[in-house]
Design a protein around this ligand. Structure first.
Ligand SMILES: Nc1ncnc2c1ncn2[C@@H]1O[C@H](COP(=O)(O)OP(=O)(O)OP(=O)(O)O)[C@@H](O)[C@H]1O
Ligand SMILES: [Mg+2]
Length: 460
């Protein structure tokens, strides 16, 4: 029997002791209490696979308690204990969502059967969920566009690390797909059926950081009205994705390091550490080595998370991915916005291919979504890809061949006019063109023989 956790709530101490004994001998981990209030608190602090509730509790009706528990744990199977002869109550319990009921007194066999039945259903639904995730994972990789050799190399690394518990640090500019890759790693790991918790270290205010990450106990500070489970605890048995780890306050980096090393966390106000089993993935768009040099990031934490570094190159360095990404986003957003848009006109694609994409894949996706929404036709033309020339001229951007050729020709002609001091005969001779053709070229670029810096007087 796997170590499934059962919460038992009954105000009869002798029955509680008996139940605890029986359930433990069946191999379950049992937590027991005698009131609705205690049950609520316990359910908030931990997760359970099954609950057994007495119908009559001193402070609350068992069915009301069940409904409350279902609000936060909708899949929790609940078995209600009723007194002998209370059939109407039992019927009501089933109507309200109890998995089953057991009439006191009951024997071991009845107890075991009821639990087995409920847990088989629960295990089955977990297995289905796991299979769904696996299917998603198979199709999930379809959702990661990777045409370029650089992305193939990234996916090869992903395949190597996914099955292990290794800590991976994913670096890359904003919008390059760091979170996508973290999810792919999780979905291909043995932890796939457990939580993937993403924590954006840049988004949590410093004052709340510790309690968000490690949890807190009721009353540990003003405003801590209830016990709160931390994000690390919520990721137990799954994957914790520490996004923008470079933004984590220095004061907390030591605590995180300790948590990773000792595999336990201490909630704020707590005395007893809680054991945790999480796989850590981290991401950063900052240069962590520089942060270490500048004393903003702890060196020991850096080495702890940098077991396997994985770098996502910016989009401008893997332009082969652009056409597939563009088509992929076009399909996604056309379906989402219910529009019939099928492809890109050549100039539109050319703009996409040559732009610098400082915001990387995210910027590309936004641009495509906007163009899908705005385009009145099935084919997106360049007017719906408003990438300004100024943006095109950003570092790393490439010009289309025609534009590059034209820019070169213009420069060349201006240089020639300067060198020959506007002497068309000589200039055309050097260029290897007839005079008439040379004039046509000048006209094409709006140039005049006098267009030279040294001498303004025309010379023919
Ligand atoms: N290879 C890819 N294939 C398909 N979609 C991708 C790919 N890479 C990124 N995306 C999409 O681009 C967007 C940005 O990706 P993601 O959020 O993973 O980037 P990030 O590197 O975490 O960005 P930031 O640094 O801003 O947090 C998402 O919508 C994601 O689905
Ligand atoms: Mg991100």
């Amino acid at each position: 029997m796997p170590d499934e956790r059962i919460l038992v709530v009954d105000d009869d101490p002798s029955l509680l002791t008996l139940l605890k004994m029986r359930l433990r001998s069946m191999g379950f981990t049992v937590t027991a209490c005698g009131s609705g209030e205690d049950a609520r608190n316990l359910a908030q602090e931990d997760s359970y696979d099954f609950a057994i509730l007495d119908l009559r509790l001193p402070d609350v009706d068992g069915l009301d308690l069940m409904e409350e528990l279902h609000q936060s744990h909708s899949n929790l199977p609940v078995l209600i204990l009723t007194a002998h002869g209370c059939i109407p109550n039992a019927v009501q319990a089933m109507k309200k969502g109890a998995y089953g009921y057991l009439t006191k007194p009951f024997d071991d066999k009845e107890l075991q059967e009821s639990i087995d039945k409920a847990l088989t259903t629960k295990r089955m639904s977990q297995e289905i969920h796991r299979l769904q995730l696996l299917v998603n994972e198979l199709y999930g990789l379809d959702n990661v566009v990777a045409r370029s050799p650089q992305m193939h190399a990234v996916l090869q690394q992903v395949a190597r690390v996914a099955k292990t518990d290794t800590t991976v640090c994913i670096s890359g500019e904003t919008g390059t797909g760091k979170e996508v890759i973290a999810r792919v790693i999780h979905c291909n790991s043995p932890r796939v059926s457990k939580p993937f918790m993403a924590v954006n270290c840049a988004a949590i205010p410093e004052t709340l950081f510790e309690s968000e990450l490690f949890g807190h106990l009721k009353g540990s500070f003003t405003g801590a009205h209830q016990n709160k489970r931390g994000l690390i605890h919520s990721a137990d048995k799954g994957t914790l994705f520490l996004d923008e780890i470079g933004e984590m306050p220095l004061s907390l980096q030591g605590k995180l390091l300790r948590a990773i090393q000792n595999r336990e966390i201490l909630p704020v106000g707590g005395q007893v550490p809680i054991k945790i089993d999480v796989r850590i993935l981290a991401a950063t768009n900052k240069d962590l080595e520089q942060a270490v040099r500048e004393g903003r990031f702890r060196e020991d934490l850096y080495y702890r998370i940098h077991v396997v570094p994985l770098h996502l190159p910016p989009l401008r360095e893997r332009r082969e991915d652009i056409p597939s990404l563009a088509q992929f986003f076009l399909k996604r957003h056309a379906e989402h916005h219910k529009k019939v848009v099928k492809g890109f006109a050549p100039e539109a694609m050319q703009s996409l291919l040559t732009y610098g994409w400082p915001g990387n894949v995210r910027e590309l996706e936004n641009m495509i979504e906007r163009s899908v929404v705005m385009s009145p036709q099935e084919t997106i033309t360049s007017e719906f890809i408003p990438l300004s020339t100024q943006e095109k001229g950003q570092p790393g951007s490439l010009q289309p061949l025609t534009e590059a050729k034209e820019a070169f020709e213009r420069d060349y002609l201006q240089g020639l006019l300067r060198t020959t001091q506007g002497n068309i005969s000589r200039a055309s001779q050097i260029a290897g063109r007839y005079r008439a053709d040379f004039y046509k070229l000048l006209k094409k670029y709006g140039l005049h023989p006098s267009d030279r810096s040294t001498d303004n007087s025309p010379r023919y």
